[in-house]
Design a protein around this ligand. Sequence first.
Ligand SMILES: [Zn+2]
Ligand SMILES: [Zn+2]
Length: 446
Amino acid sequence: MKTLVLIENDALTRTLVAECLTGMDWMVLEADNGQAGIDLVLKHQPTAVVCDLRTPKRNGFQVCRLIREQPSLKNTHVIIMTVSRFANDRETAFAAGADDYLLKPIIPSELLRMLAGCGTNGTAPVAEPESLPRVTGPTSIRFWGVRGSIPTPGHDTSQYGGNTSCVELRVGDQIIILDAGSGIRRLGQALMKEVTEAGLNVSLLITHTHWDHIQGFPFFVPAYHPRVNIRILGYEGAVHGLRGALFEQMQSAFFPVGLNQMATHLTFEELDDMQFDLGAVKVRTIFANHPGICLGYRLTTPDGDVVYMPDHEAYERCEVERQKADHESSSHGIEYARIQDGKVVDFMQGADVLIADSQYDEAEYPSRRGWGHTCADDTVQLAMRAQVKRLVLFHHDPDHNDGRLDAMVERARGLVVEGTAKLEVSGAKEGEEIVLGKPSFAAMSS
Ligand SMILES: [Zn+2]
Ligand SMILES: [Zn+2]
């Protein structure tokens, strides 16, 4: 497949050009300004570039000149696209290094004619894996889905977001996805822009196969792309269940595309051990207190430790409430529950970021005891005991609107003050990014 970088500020025109190439042997990477386009060109070394003359940040002439300054791009076919019929612009474009000049409104056959020769005279060299530009950078976490149980789009959940669990962890050029709830759909769209001739490698860790953690996978577009390798791995129980669960949810009664229509680059790895390495990341797991096989993950990165435990019910309060409901009094039962909580605290110990189940508040928890989720008060207590640096309340209840979640975050912060702990608390919001090593949460720009 050949790669084309499309640099155009107008979304409609981008769509039009992309549509012209649908079903052809082209992968289109889009940028809405010249600088972003240049970044894509340098990163992906495309076969062709289509650039509007009047793009913000770098105009089409500048883009042409910058491309022609790069020896590795000498075969890249550059098409300047414009509404300008001025002869001067046409001449300047060719002088800057353009191969073709395409007038708007675009005639698809004209564009295809210009691109037709690219495969023979301008195929970009396929980069060897070792010569790929390495994306280096800090470790970052991005939230694509923060909700538990079922997606809840709506005006009253727009602040925190309505998609189910999906978190992206970047460690340098390594991409690790935690869970495949409905949030993975948008993550997939974003990742498609990073697919190069040499492909893209993604690791996916699934905590468990409840629907809210896998329902987005059939809509994860990279899974259908032949150059994307997806490695799904984890402890045996979770992963084995995943293969079966995905197969089931993609049966024809439920979904139009079968699992076997996803390319063969989808690998399921069942690990015997509860800990394993993922490139530069060391992964440890713990069984969560949740129906079925459900894991929590601790990922040790060069920039700090991240613990992800989206579905878990703290033991002690669960036992206390059970005894109340059953008119029972057993100090042994409470003690045992405390020991179990202690193991969870050990697992979370000293984490830089803890992303943890906080589905219920203290008023509603008793009526939901035994459903496998934690009262947010307990999440705060566990985090304080474990001397975690940042706590992100996660797996929001579908019935909790933005106002209710704001109140839960405020209460959690109050508990931290009462406990005189040094713990930063926030509620997970779709689109938010945490960069490890930085002191506060930064909003994602797109
Ligand atoms: Zn869940
Ligand atoms: Zn669950």
